[in-house]
Design a protein around this ligand. Sequence first.
Ligand SMILES: NC(=O)c1ccc[n+]([C@@H]2O[C@H](COP(=O)([O-])OP(=O)(O)OC[C@H]3O[C@@H](n4cnc5c(N)ncnc54)[C@H](O)[C@@H]3O)[C@@H](O)[C@H]2O)c1
Length: 245
Amino acid sequence: MTKKLASRKILVTGAASGMGRGIARLFAEEGASLALLDMNEAGVLDVAKALGAHGFRCDVTDRAGVNQIVSEAGNLLGGIDGIINAAGILDITPFVDLDPASWDRMLAVNMTGPFNIVKAALPFLQQAELATIVNIASVSALMPMPGTAGYSASKAGQVMFTKSIAMDLGPKIRANSICPGVIKTEMTRYLWENPEHTERAAERVALKRLGEVDDVARAALFFTTEDSGFTTGTELPVDGGFSWR
Ligand SMILES: NC(=O)c1ccc[n+]([C@@H]2O[C@H](COP(=O)([O-])OP(=O)(O)OC[C@H]3O[C@@H](n4cnc5c(N)ncnc54)[C@H](O)[C@@H]3O)[C@@H](O)[C@H]2O)c1
């Protein structure tokens, strides 16, 4: 059977862990050539080695560094026709106690990070016949939850950034967001390691379980292939039935 991403050249951020790593794994299985970026150098090089991909230490908030690494990655791959922005950070703190530095950092990583990556990759994306951008946002972009002023603002900004570029970059480049609910990764370890918290979180959603990395990876695959060829500027909750209530 033909692999769904044969001949595709895709850059994934946040690829050392969680969803970025899971997406990289599925995309490698589907035949993509991959450039993997993460701040965690040892982690991203390990994943890259295991998948036969190119790995780079890269802080997505460092615009000069991003420009250099994305251009190097594009030259190594012979182009870039897909982006997955999965690098992200979370600080859940009631607003009264939220450190302004944490607000700044969440906006820098979660919102400006994808801007830096897409901007740097644009010359490559524009040369491709068809290209896709998938930004991993959050249900926090769609609904308020206690202690998430900074995180929600950064993710809502990411979703609207995605919609806006979908407008500006069509028809050859499509851009969509995925809004995960609680997915079992390092970011949510504090929650799913505690059976009581897990049960409470699962009870809140229609499908009565927490999400797995593969739930999100399959959605990312959909948005990266022509299976979603008439879909752009959307945000898809992958949350077991949480955000629509
Ligand atoms: N886990 C969840 O329940 C959940 C829910 C909704 C949205 N998200 C979002 O999904 C994305 C992936 O998160 P995850 O759950 O896989 O978390 P994770 O912590 O397992 O992975 C995040 C990765 O991003 C990297 N990273 C952080 N800051 C970076 C920076 N400045 N530059 C480059 N890399 C950086 C980390 O080193 C890490 O490898 C994030 O954007 C997160 O906000 C997660």
